[in-house]
Design a protein around this ligand. Structure first.
Ligand code: GTP
Ligand code: MG
Length: 183
């Protein structure tokens, strides 16, 4: 009997555990979510990683605080699973590929849709303008303009530039996480 398949199916639909701060990493496919998650796991992880095609869970420790981080796959067919993880969320990290201007409006629509969910109403948002090392990458300022982000109201939000490939901007992301899990 093959038991593993069923266990992982149940596991990936489980919501975050209550009591421990939880961070979600969302964004379109190819934005760099798993790359960012891997980099954070290298720096802050306790070595526990649970991965499937749809979700990767890493457990991080910042000073004495433990937290769970869920990196959810961004392919269209998998986005319907995201809402299973909206409970007990302390921070939302939305990753965007800064060199992919053609998909910026799709990223905007997906982000707006996520932010409409009641369970995420007051959750602080970090938008990561990733792939800043790439030729033609848009600046975060341009992305704020093109996505109309200045109209985003009712929650704390920030956009930070980053390149997971070179490591630039990662410390700023860690700073944002530290600040928001302490709340
Ligand atoms: N140039 C550049 N490429 C990057 C950077 N971050 C990630 N990538 C590349 O972008 C591609 C997609 O990265 P992933 O981390 O798999 O993207 P994802 O958001 O997890 O995608 P899904 O799991 O399909 O939702 C890979 O080829 C990465 O190597 C970056 O900072 N700069
Ligand atoms: Mg991924």
């Amino acid at each position: 009997m093959c038991f593993n398949g069923s266990v992982s199916l149940i596991r990936k639909l489980l919501p975050p555990r209550a009591g421990e701060p939880c961070l979600l990493v969302l964004g379109l496919d190819n934005a760099g979510k798993s790359s960012l998650t891997g980099s954070l796991a290298d720096k802050l992880g306790d070595g526990n990683v649970t991965a499937s095609m749809e979700v990767t869970e890493v457990r991080l420790k910042i000073k004495s605080t433990k937290l769970q981080m869920f990196d959810l796959n961004g392919r269209l067919k998998n986005r319907q699973l995201w809402a299973n993880y909206y409970k007990n969320v302390r921070g939302l990290i939305f990753v965007i590929d800064s060199k992919d201007a053609a998909r910026l409006s799709e990223a905007r629509c997906v982000l707006c849709d996520v932010l409409l969910d009641e369970r995420l109403r007051n959750v602080p948002l970090l938008i990561v303008a990733n792939k800043q090392d790439a030729l033609g990458a848009m600046s975060s300022r341009l992305m704020v303009d093109l996505m109309g982000l200045s109209r985003l109201e009712g929650r704390e939000w920030i956009i930070l530039e980053c390149s997971v490939t070179t490591g630039s901007g990662i410390q700023g992301i860690i700073g944002w996480i530290s600040k928001n899990i302490r709340k």
